[in-house]
Ligand binder design. Structure first.
Ligand SMILES: NC(=O)c1ccc[n+]([C@@H]2O[C@H](COP(=O)([O-])OP(=O)(O)OC[C@H]3O[C@@H](n4cnc5c(N)ncnc54)[C@H](O)[C@@H]3O)[C@@H](O)[C@H]2O)c1
Length: 324
């Protein structure tokens, strides 16, 4: 029998979850919940499942084996704890929660209930990223020297739901939402955790109270330095990670392409074809449930991303370098 999955939140990312569930023989979608009921009903009719307005009622009534939490960040903690206490395994969207204290409460509930949790750090499951990590670990480009990660997009676009722009609901702006992807990508590519952080942010967004840009200088436990530069103001879109080694460089355009230089101009590298990132996340969780161990992206790893994010905000507020 496939594992029954319910998705909490019928917003932008819900479709990626349902499509991945539909592609797997080991899962079947059973229900969706959204406080905005017509949104839940529209998704439910597409996938032939039941719609709920109250996610707690869904969990109690449907008793899903797995709950995917695709809710605003301020709801991650309560939803994750309620689902874990009802015996559900968790596919929890990134970032894990608003702050480290909430991550601790989730981990405690997950461990107490004996359920498995995968926090959706998508970066680990994307073809170009996996190929870049493979090249780095092979040593063919020599020693890793530094990483520069740059992201630019209109973060304050009209279509962005308001909760993303209110710090008490989102935990922060572009850095909480997309900076966590970059922190995660850098840590995962290098197998090394953030150790030292300086940061500066600006708050010129035309709505909400979150930061609209950030520049982060960080050092990993391995000693490798990295910069993360993100702007959510108007301009040309960019999502580029440059990885500089002694014997060459990689330019990683996550989700799009990978480029290598061994001294000359960049040449494109074709990553090995793999399933979609969401399918791979669900496969990772499945393996963890069946083998009764943590998925490759452990709850403690996901907590570590929030530890680093909190340090970024502390560094930006105080102007003082933070050590983790
Ligand atoms: N992995 C990725 O690359 C990726 C991409 C996009 C979003 N995300 C993450 O997914 C999560 C959801 O993001 P999104 O873009 O889908 O947001 P969204 O605002 O589009 O969707 C959230 C949905 O939750 C619903 N909701 C709000 N309060 C609720 C409640 N109390 N009960 C039930 N439903 C409620 C809203 O009505 C909305 O439909 C966030 O954690 C976000 O960071 C991850």
């Amino acid at each position: 029998m496939p594992y029954k999955v319910a998705v909490l939140g019928a917003g932008a990312i819900a479709k990626s979850h349902f499509d991945a569930i539909a592609k797997s023989d080991s899962y079947s979608a059973c229900a969706v919940a959204d406080i905005h009921l017509p949104r839940a009903e529209a998704v439910a009719s597409t996938y032939g499942i039941r719609a709920y307005q109250d996610y707690r009622e869904l969990i109690v009534t449907e008793r899903p084996d797995v709950v995917a939490i695709a809710l605003p960040h301020f709801l991650h903690k309560d939803a994750a704890i309620f689902a874990a206490e009802h015996g559900c395994h968790l596919m929890l969207e990134k970032p894990m929660a608003l702050n480290v204290a909430e991550c601790d409460a989730i981990i405690e509930a997950v461990r107490k209930a004996g359920v498995r949790m995968l926090v959706g750090h998508t970066q680990h499951y994307i073809a170009e990223n996996i190929q870049a990590k493979r090249i780095l670990s092979s040593g063919e480009l020599g020693e890793l020297v530094m990483i520069h990660d740059a992201r630019h997009l209109n973060y304050f676009q009209d279509s962005r739901p308001q909760w993303f722009l209110e710090k008490d609901k989102s935990g922060g702006g572009i850095l909480a939402n997309l900076g966590t992807h970059s922190i995660d990508k850098i840590q995962w590519l290098t197998d090394s955790a953030v150790h030292k952080v300086s940061a500066s942010t600006t708050h010129f967004g035309r709505r909400g109270d979150v930061e609209g840009s950030g520049i982060i200088y960080l050092e990993l436990a391995s000693g490798i330095p990295a910069t993360i530069v993100q702007s959510g103001y108007l301009g040309a879109n960019r999502n580029e990670t440059e990885i500089i080694c002694t014997g060459g460089m990689l330019k990683l355009l996550t989700g799009s392409s990978l480029w290598i230089s061994r001294g000359g101009p960049y040449e494109q590298v074709a990553p090995e074809p793999i399933a979609s990132s969401f399918e791979l996340q669900y496969a990772d969780l499945l393996e963890a449930i069946q083998a009764q161990h943590d998925p490759s992206c452990t709850p403690e790893y996901a907590r570590g991303v929030i530890v680093a994010l909190e340090a970024v905000y502390r560094a930006a507020e105080t102007g003082v370098e933070q050590f983790l």
